[in-house]
Structures are given as C-alpha cells and as structure tokens.
Unconditional design. Structure first.
Length: 320
C-alpha cells in the first residue's frame, strides 16, 4: 500500500511539472525591425538590368526578387554573374526570379511584386529567424532603368517616411516630368527638421517607389484593368484618398533623391512600352477607366491649394 501511495505521489508531482512546462511560453527573440524588400521590374532590357543589379547594395536589403515581363523567360548571360543567378547566390541572401509569361504589362508585373513582398520568410535570414516568421516592412519597387548612386538610399527613404508619416514616396525625376531645363523642379520643398525634408512634385512617376507594408495591406494592389498606362497614378490616387498622401498633383519624394538615384536613359527614349502598337489605345482606355472611377480624367483632377496641402501633411504626421 505504501509503495502504491509513493508511486501515485510521484506521478502527480511529475504531471504537475510537465503541465507547468507545457503552459510556460517558449522564449522567442524579438522580431527583426525595418526589414527591406526590393522588387525589380524588367522587360527586354537585359543590358539595363545588369547595370541596375550591379548598383544594388545587397547587404542593405533582406529580400530581392526580379519580375521579368519580357519576351523570353531567360537571359543571354547565363553565367554565375547573370541576372537569374544574381538573386540566389550573392552574400548569402536568397531571392526569387519570376517570369510573367511575357507582355502582361507593368501593372501586372508590379502586382506580382507586391504579392511576393507581402509573403513571409523568403530570404535565408527571414526564413531561419528563430522567432516568428518574418515579413517585409518596407517595400521598394524599381524599374530596370533606375540605378542606385548611394547605397544608403533605402535608409534615407525609410527615415524620411518615419519622420514625416508619409508611407508612400516616389522618385520624381525619371524622365522629363518634374524637371525644367533637365534639372529637378519640385513645386515645393517642406522641411520637417532633424534632417528630413520632402519635395512635392506635380507629376506622379512610378519608376522607383516606396511603400510601407501597411499601405498595401490597406489599399491593395494595382487595378488590373489598366495595361501599361495610368496604373501607378490610379493606385497612388487611391492612397491620397485614404489620407496617406496630401493631394493629387503634390506627390512626395525625398527632397534630394537625385543624390541617391539616377536613370540610365530618359524614359521617353528608352521605353519598351511607347513603341507598342497598342500604346495609344491603352492610354485612352485607361483614361476612360480612371474617369469612371474618380470622376475626372487623370490630367484634369482638380488641384489643391498649398495651404491645404500643408495642413494635410501636418495631419498625416500627427496620425502616423
């Protein structure tokens, strides 16, 4: 009888110990902060793409993907230094390469990029993090004719976003838009102090864009009805309407972004979209769709007075 009672006592004690262990939360490291993802959109410009890739500071980002919308799923350069190998093997950083099937349009390719950047655990660092699966906090989309001049470009855009509350920024000086005599000419520069200032440009340019993930989670991706015309304008206008940006015709950028970025060639000259036979039809069809959604054609959306813009910027910072 004594032997039975001792056994029962030990069993109860043991069970209590294991119950305690079971109910004790396991330790996890804190999540990574400010994770950065970069998606590059390319189409039939391998020579441009290789220069773009060579300019990327790989140690500054957590995940990289290439979205190819060109005529071929492969590239001429099949060496270890070619575009497809670049995303997989440099600096131990894992990336991904995707082929759209060709000629699906820049909006389709960027939507693919958004979908990938919203996923978790892509790169080696993110996948092997011993805590919860990690995703991307700061999303950058970059077309294949933009190069990076300063490796601190990602930190600069992220820092500007944090200090201003603006969760969507765009490089404003790709092509002739927002320039006078070939030099940047923003409508206004707003100084927030503490090293942060924002250039407000008249024209919406989508060659290099920054988004905090919360904006894409809220707004969604590009409207698939647009094909190679107006998709980024429509998308950014939706972001304006949700209160993340001050106004149409007042598109924010890092004030000295031209010190961090440059273009390989003017978009008017190097575009693979403009020579297409359906380019004008896509512009007209897209403009009509924009009108049906917003009540205005893209070029005649009413302007906003500067005092109201500044008021909106102040409100955006307070809400951030």
């Amino acid at each position: 009888m004594l032997k039975y009672l001792c056994t029962m006592t030990i069993s109860k004690s043991s069970q209590g110990y294991w119950d305690k262990i079971k109910n004790t939360p396991s330790w996890k490291p804190p999540p990574l902060k400010d994770t950065v993802g970069l998606a590059i959109i390319t189409c039939n410009r391998e020579d441009f793409l290789e220069k773009v890739l060579a300019s990327i500071p790989r140690h500054k980002i957590h995940y990289l993907c290439i979205i190819n919308d060109g005529d071929s799923p492969d590239f001429k350069n099949k060496s270890d230094h070619g575009p497809r190998r670049f995303v997989y093997s440099k600096n131990g950083l894992c990336g991904n390469y995707f082929y759209t099937g060709g000629s699906r349009g820049v909006g389709f390719a960027k939507n693919w990029a958004f979908t990938e950047l919203l996923k978790k655990g892509h790169s080696q660092e993110l996948a092997n993090w011993p805590g919860d699966k990690q995703g991307i906090d700061h999303m950058f989309l970059m077309e294949d004719d933009i190069i990076i001049k300063d490796e601190n470009v990602f930190e600069k855009y992220i820092e500007t976003s944090k200090k201003t509350g603006l969760k969507h920024l765009m490089y404003g000086y790709h092509g002739p838009a927002n320039k006078v005599g070939g030099k940047p000419r923003p409508r206004k520069i707003v100084d927030y102090g503490d090293g942060a200032s924002v250039a407000l440009n008249q024209h919406c340019v989508g060659a290099f864009t920054y988004y905090h993930k919360s904006v894409i989670e809220d707004i969604g991706i590009n409207d698939s009805a647009y094909v190679n015309a107006w998709e980024h304008v429509d998308h950014s206008y939706k972001i304006v309407k949700k209160g993340y940006l001050p106004a149409y015709w007042w598109w924010p950028d890092v004030s000295d972004s031209y010190d961090y970025l440059d273009e390989l060639a003017c978009s008017e000259v190097s575009s693979v979209i403009r020579p297409r036979s359906d380019w004008h039809d896509n512009i007209n069809r897209g403009a009509k769709h924009f009108y049906n959604k917003h009540g205005y054609l893209p070029g005649v959306v009413p302007d906003t007075k500067v005092d109201k813009v500044l008021q909106n910027l102040k409100q955006i910072k307070q809400n951030a």
